[in-house]
Design a binder for this molecule. Structure first.
Ligand SMILES: Cc1ncc(COP(=O)(O)O)c(C=O)c1O
Length: 423
């Protein structure tokens, strides 16, 4: 990204650089403004997003400005003092995709494209459909038949997108879309679109701001198509280069074991090559076997000294319930971050005094079926349950809070109250 008048390459006497305290103050001041652009947690940082001819024409739903929550119970469980969740599920359509979508769709509108299109595991399509509707543009969504959480499919149709469920997986949808963009004047809004990454770098700015412009020691993100880790890496790199922060955080990527091409690439080929896998995980948002942005993410892992871990379906399920029990909640793909953190702590790769941020990418209501199945004890198969160790079995027993069907009497309810109270 070229900045209007700031030298990022260390050349000159430094006078080309922005005045970091003034920039921080300007961004904070905008939070008090009623102007539409200022109320967006993306466009509030517009000095670092210099690609629209007319920024005032940005298509925004007041995305970003998401909370950074402390997770004291999870922290205690893994032996950390400072553990936080940056909850990107608190965006307008319930996922981190909104931050990139406001940026890229604004470009599509400025270029006068009639149609925007994406292949999606659900959240990109929900975000694109919403922003296209706000912009008065038409949206084409390609999603895999089945394996898309209902909440996300509902959003796409609710916002009026032409929603096509293809009889293939996400990777198959990407292949079809690549042909469509060659044959029709549609603007591609998958995360290979560079403006998506520009928008998705802004949560890094928010995190630094929320921590008093101190960079956390370690950030964990889920890995699917592998754009998000790269975008956050870009955000932190730019802040550092501009003198807004004094260092980079470690950025680690966690994948589901059933959809782990980066994990395999990192551990078997040192990130030099990536072999596509047949992806399979209940964390449908990251059910991706041939990720587009793997090279950018490898760069981020190398540059920041990050780790790449994989976690099982059982580990994801327990981690999600533990985050939920803190009153936060997230979708399964987001919970891989906490499951991965547990592994890294057990391996001695994260230390007690480090400040750690889990990026929770999606809202718990995106996939309520998963949550209900977990609490009813029907999520995991018998074979999966048999593989749990004693402490995981105990966690599962303690965490499960299934809804109960009772006779409509106070006695019936009070009996349950007593039973729970005596446990
Ligand atoms: C909730 C959620 N988490 C994580 C991801 C993975 O992000 P990325 O594809 O940028 O790796 C996605 C992608 O769809 C998602 O929807």
């Amino acid at each position: 990204m070229i900045y209007p008048s700031w030298a990022l390459d260390g050349e000159g006497d430094g006078s080309q650089r922005p005045n970091a305290p003034a920039l921080r103050a300007l961004w904070a001041e905008r939070r008090l403004s009623n102007a539409l652009l200022d109320q967006s947690g993306v466009w509030r940082f517009r000095e670092l997003l210099p690609f629209l001819d007319t920024p005032e024409h940005a298509v925004t739903l007041r995305e970003g400005n998401t909370p950074l929550y402390a997770l004291p119970q999870c922290a205690q469980r893994v032996g950390l003092e400072k553990l936080y969740a940056k909850h990107q599920g608190m965006n307008p359509t319930g996922s981190f995709k909104d931050t990139g979508m406001t940026a890229a769709l604004s470009v599509a509108r400025e270029k006068n494209f009639p149609w925007v299109a994406c292949a999606s595991t659900g959240n990109t399509s929900a975000a694109m459909a919403a922003y296209a509707a706000r912009a008065g543009m038409r949206a084409l969504v390609l999603i895999p038949d089945g394996k898309v959480a209902w909440g996300k499919l509902a959003q796409s149709v609710d916002y009026g997108a032409l929603t096509c469920q293809l009889k293939t997986d996400f990777d198959g949808c990407v292949r079809v879309l690549a042909e469509i963009v060659e044959r029709a004047p549609v603007y591609l809004l998958n995360s290979v679109n560079p403006y998506r990454l520009e928008g998705q770098k802004t949560p890094a700015l928010e995190m630094a701001e929320q921590m008093g412009w101190q960079v956390p020691d370690h950030i964990l993100v889920p890995g699917g198509n592998l754009a998000n880790g790269a975008a956050l890496g870009k955000g932190f790199r730019e802040m550092h280069a501009l003198g807004l922060t004094d260092r980079l955080p470690r950025i680690s990527v966690i994948q589901a074991q059933g959809a782990n091409p980066l994990y395999t690439s990192w551990h078997e080929y040192k990130g030099e090559r990536l072999e596509a896998v047949q992806a399979n995980t209940r964390a449908t948002a990251i059910r991706i076997g041939n990720p587009a942005s793997w090279k950018k993410t490898v760069h981020t892992l190398r540059e920041t000294g990050g780790f790449c871990e994989q976690v099982s379906e059982q580990e994801i399920a327990i981690a999600k319930a533990e985050i939920g029990a803190e009153g936060i909640g997230c979708e399964p793909a987001s919970a891989v971050t906490y499951a991965g953190l547990k592994k890294l702590c057990a391996q001695g790769k994260v230390h007690r005094e480090e400040s750690v941020v889990l990026v929770l990418t999606g809202h718990t209501l995106k996939d309520p079926e998963y949550t209900i199945d977990f609490h009813r004890g029907t999520l995991l198969t018998e074979a999966e349950t048999a593989k749990l160790n004693a402490s995981e079995k105990e966690s599962l027993r303690k965490l499960a809070k299934p809804p109960m069907l009772l006779e409509p009497t106070s006695d019936a309810v009070l009996r349950q109250l007593e039973a729970v109270g005596s446990k």
